[in-house]
Design a protein around this ligand. Structure first.
Ligand code: FA5
Length: 348
């Protein structure tokens, strides 16, 4: 074969390839095409095998012509193969199409745990009165939890709060009042202070309204003019906000080593409405907070001049408020994670 004949055969082969590929509609006919035009018996292969007979001065040219031919046929093959893949993919996508008109599965929306609903409500209330929110650790020093709160080591008033000791110097804080010491230390004897601190506290207690873990919200106001009347007004506003006008509230004198005078506030029992039952130990009331004027010793111990500054403080039981607000009969329900209890608070 001379070069002209080879060129003619190549042109013809390409023409045939372009016609044949038009009839390829699936993978099997594509395979036939490949065998015919790129396989052992194809023109390409036969031209390659005849290369040894081509005169050496034309070898390079003929070699390039055959390589070009094979590349063009491969391109035709690849283009068809991609086209078939695309068609197959589109068919599959059609088959897999999601019917978006079908009704979906509905999910139950969670809502705040009643404990945190109360925390947020009380926090918002005090932020509205200009208080800032402070924080403190649950593992606290004996010093902050007791000593700075005017409860020296070995003093009988420690028995009021049966605490969990970690070491001689560390306890699980038994009240959020420990945060008072932290806040006052930061202020270095300079007022005013107006904070609340929500958090968990721990004591060795166990009955329907007492638990070994519970929440408190501490409040501390120190200024040159804070009075007992301000304290009573603040707490009355809070209790009305939480329980409405109808629930009965009573304040009674009490004792805390860190306040003088001290009071406690009770709310009429959620179970009996004030008549007396097992929940309120037949008193008709359930205690929800302790409060009082900051004891001068506490001011002095924490670096404040008690001739210049005075203040009030309070500690509210979060679980108690939630129990009274939502008529919850056992404090343990807050942390036993029984879905039947929690789902009472779910929104559909
Ligand atoms: C105190 O803890 C004082 N630190 C409160 C305080 C702060 C007084 C600042 C004066 C000034 P008491 O032990 O009474 O006080 O607890 C306060 C509230 O926490 C109680 O009224 C009650 O609502 C709640 N509480 C106390 N013990 C438990 C318990 N074991 N389980 C659930 N709630 C409790």
């Amino acid at each position: 074969m001379d070069i002209k004949e080879i060129q003619l055969a190549i042109d013809n082969e390409l023409k045939v390839c372009r016609e044949d590929i038009l009839n390829v509609a699936d993978q099997s006919s594509l395979n036939d095409f490949k065998g015919l035009h790129l396989g052992k018996k194809s023109l390409c292969s036969s031209l390659f095998s005849k290369m040894r007979d081509v005169p050496s001065e034309s070898k390079q040219l003929v070699g390039k012509m055959v390589v070009d031919l094979r590349q063009k046929i491969t391109d035709i093959f690849n283009a068809k193969e991609n086209e078939l893949k695309q068609v197959a993919l589109e068919k599959q996508l059609q088959k897999d199409k999601v019917d978006i008109s079908l009704p979906g599965y509905s999910h139950k929306l969670g809502s705040k745990h009643p404990f945190y609903a109360v925390v947020d409500d009380i926090t918002d209330f005090f932020i509205g009165l200009g208080y800032e929110v402070a924080d403190g650790p649950e593992v606290e020093t004996d010093y902050n939890n007791f000593e700075m709160m005017n409860i020296p080591k070995d003093h009988p008033s420690r028995d009021m709060q049966d605490s969990f000791s970690i070491t001689d110097e560390l306890v699980l804080r038994s009240h959020t009042s420990a945060v008072q010491a932290r806040v006052m230390a930061k202020c270095k004897g300079v007022g005013p202070i107006k904070i609340i601190c929500p958090g968990k506290v721990y004591r060795r207690d166990n009955d329907a309204t007492h638990s070994h873990q519970f929440g408190q919200i501490e409040g501390l106001v120190i200024s040159e003019s804070a009075t007992f009347a301000n304290l009573l007004e603040t707490l009355t506003l809070l209790l009305k906000h939480l329980f409405g006008e109808k629930r009965k509230v009573r304040f009674r004198p009490s004792y805390f080593p860190f306040t003088e005078p001290s009071i406690e506030a009770d709310i009429s029992c959620f179970e009996c409405g004030g008549k007396g039952c097992k929940f309120c130990k037949n008193t008709g009331y359930i205690e929800i907070l302790g409060a009082g004027m900051v004891h001068p010793n506490v001011l002095r111990l924490n670096g404040f001049d008690d001739t210049k500054y005075q203040g009030f403080a309070f500690g509210i039981g979060i679980d108690r408020v939630a129990m009274l607000k939502y008529n919850i009969d056992d404090i343990k329900r807050f942390y036993t994670n029984d879905v039947r209890f929690i789902s009472e608070f779910f929104k559909e």
